[in-house]
Design a protein around this ligand. Structure first.
Ligand code: HEC
Length: 120
């Protein structure tokens, strides 16, 4: 009985099981920090929707509770944006997000609202 089980178990790496399941692009190396992780905009969108849209608007247009992302993103370097998200500022609370969530969120904000453009 035990021999039969051993013969069938095999090494999962060799069976090919799981080969057809695409890797989730939102999963990241948990030991990396947000600056080392290549953020994926599509993975940041749900993070924004959950934590930021209530004040900054579903499309980042701003509300009475928070300024427009179109205006804010060109004014802030990546370090400043991540610092504000983690620490909060003024009436904005800080957020406890995973490093991967931060990287994805930043990628989504940059794609939608532009790069840092000081002086513009
Ligand atoms: C409770 C409402 C609220 C939520 C939720 C919120 N913000 Fe804000 N946010 C604000 C307000 C208000 C300001 C302007 C703060 C100030 O200058 O006093 C602001 C400012 C900012 C700025 C500009 C920082 C600065 O120094 O002017 C960025 C970038 C930003 N928010 C990003 C985010 C992101 C990303 C999220 C989601 C993780 C988020 N905010 C969630 C209210 C909010």
């Amino acid at each position: 009985m035990i021999w039969l089980w051993l013969a069938c178990a095999g090494d999962p790496a060799e069976t090919g099981i799981g080969d057809s399941v695409p890797a989730d692009p939102c999963l990241v190396d948990e030991d990396a920090n947000a600056f080392e992780i290549e953020g994926v905009p599509d993975c940041g969108e749900p993070v924004y929707a959950e934590h930021c849209a209530s004040c900054h608007g579903v499309a980042g247009e701003g509300t009475s509770a928070g300024p427009s992302m179109t205006e804010m993103m060109p004014m802030h370097a990546d370090e400043q944006v991540l610092f504000v998200i983690v620490a909060g500022t003024g009436d904005m609370p800080g957020f406890e997000l995973e490093q991967g969530e931060l990287a994805h969120l930043l990628a989504w904000l940059r794609e939608g609202f532009g790069d840092y453009a000081p002086g513009r």
